[in-house]
Design a protein around this ligand. Structure first.
Ligand code: SAH
Ligand code: SF4
Ligand code: F3S
Length: 442
């Protein structure tokens, strides 16, 4: 029975992108269909993020835009889900600012269907902010409406136990919970059997600590990768994010030797200074990080490494910042996501002494972005002449095909009869110019 249409705004990380696919499943199970624009929708869902102030401001601005929509369509249901309302007192603030919000969902999407059902029956404001005991790790029953026909996300852990001092995630996503390996195996197997899902991305805030909390069928992350790679079919396993403190030699071996495991590693370093890493509670040193990189580079052929960096953390001195610059120069990442430190309420860093003025943070980020630009460019240039394996052919254009390399770089591929949409190809990179990679079938 057609109930009406839904529109979902998604902010934040891959975890949220995937959760929006589950929210869509919950809505479609109840007879809603996808709207092309927010104006057409009968249910508007904001799946929010609060990792930095900017993410919150973007969501706030868009929630504000729902006011005139609600005026035109008084029965419009407005739901705010995701990480933002899980913060202390934020639900009350949002409700005061936007009294038209009908439902505050929560971070475990399972609950969203429940709230929606009650709201539809009673038309009464629904909210539930989760406590630790409410978090679950078993989402087998939820229908997932996947966005991408070739790439599928699969959760392996939820939540986070690391409490990096700058980070809000452990407060809004609860403690780390691993899904049973057999559930993950079955989900990946079903996806591979569908035939068109070629890239399976395993999701967790720290995939390397997968399994630490399992009591039955104990499995480590490298063991999980090995198990999943035994599934028959033409697919690749990717994963994110990795935490350096738990990045084992065993994992390096699996990346190096298992052809189904992607050769692009995202390994957030956050800072190159031991002083700052300690203040951040990252539990590794610059030396340990560089040691992992050295081993990876030695063992994995055609490896690309990307990272996340925070500049202007509380107490970061000019020398600390220079240590980060030097680390960037030493590792030469293929890509780095660089952020200005953003103060988050309730975190340990919020109360630390020595917050830096915005101007210093801005100067530092500009300097770092400028340096990284050179390495990103060098990485592109280094690909010319190489053969890239597992390039996924995603789109056909009049003059060429569009493919993506294992590390997510777009390649314009010369037309060739053997190329097939949604399949992997081995592509020889012939040129890099005007910001584009060009290639042809090997
Ligand atoms: N669990 C993952 C991802 C966490 S969020 C991991 O640990 O790698 C993604 C990135 O956002 C982090 O790696 C960090 O670089 C950045 N980040 C998190 N909190 C931040 C804050 N308060 N200010 C600025 N950047 C932040
Ligand atoms: Fe945040 Fe650290 Fe957990 Fe990543 S590992 S989500 S940065 S607390
Ligand atoms: Fe944002 Fe929550 Fe992800 S705060 S980065 S959506 S875990």
């Amino acid at each position: 029975m057609e109930q009406g249409k839904y529109y979902i705004f998604t902010y934040g990380c891959q975890m949220n992108v995937h959760e929006s696919e589950k929210l869509a499943g919950i809505l479609e199970d109840r007879g809603y269909t996808k709207a092309g624009t927010p104006e057409e929708a009968d249910v508007l869902v904001y799946n929010t993020c609060c990792i930095r102030e900017g993410a919150e401001q973007r969501a706030m601005g868009n929630i504000g835009n729902a006011k005139p929509l609600k005026k035109n369509k008084p029965n419009l249901i407005v739901a705010v889900c995701g990480c933002m309302p899980q913060q202390k007192n934020v639900e009350a603030t949002l409700k005061q600012k936007f009294p038209f919000i009908n439902i505050f969902g929560a971070n475990n999407v399972e609950f969203f269907g429940e709230y929606l059902d009650v709201f539809l029956k009673q038309r009464k404001y629904q909210n539930k902010i989760l406590q630790d005991q409410d978090y679950q790790s078993n989402d087998k029953k939820i229908k997932i409406v996947r966005d991408n026909p070739y790439c599928a996300y699969v959760n392996i852990t939820y939540g986070c136990n690391n409490f990096c001092t700058y980070c809000i995630v452990p407060y809004v996503r609860g403690r780390e919970r691993s899904r049973p390996a057999s559930d993950i195996f079955n989900e990946v197997k079903q996806l591979v059997e569908v035939g068109h899902y070629k890239i399976i991305t395993l999701l967790g805030q720290n995939v390397n600590s997968y399994g630490n909390d399992l009591t039955e069928d104990k499995t480590t992350f490298p063991q999980l990768l090995e198990k999943l790679s035994k599934i028959e079919g033409d697919f690749q396993l990717r994963f994110m994010s990795s935490h350096p403190k738990d990045f084992s030699d065993e994992l390096i071996e699996v990346i190096a030797n298992n052809p189904k495991v992607c050769k692009a590693v995202h390994l957030p370093v956050q800072s190159g200074s031991n002083h700052v890493l300690k203040l951040m509670n990252r539990n590794y040193t610059r030396e340990k990080y560089l040691d992992i990189i050295k081993k990876l580079k030695a063992k994995v052929k055609d490896l690309s490494i990307s990272t996340d960096i925070i500049v202007g953390f509380v107490g970061e001195t000019e020398e600390d910042f220079e240590d980060t610059v030097k680390l960037l120069q030493e590792v030469q990442f293929s890509n780095a996501y660089i952020f200005i430190y953003s103060k988050r309420k309730g975190t340990v860093a919020e109360k630390m002494e020595g917050h830096l003025p915005l101007e210093i943070k801005r100067n530092r980020i500009h300097k770092l972005l400028e340096i990284q630009k050179k390495y990103t460019n060098n990485h592109f240039l280094s690909l010319v002449g190489s053969t890239q394996h597992f390039v996924l052919v995603e789109e056909e254009r009049p003059m060429h095909y569009i493919g993506k390399t294992q590390c997510g770089k777009v390649v314009k591929i010369k037309k060739n009869k053997t190329l097939c949409l949604g399949n992997f190809a081995n592509i020889k990179i012939t040129d890099y110019s005007g910001g584009n990679l060009y290639g042809e079938v090997e």
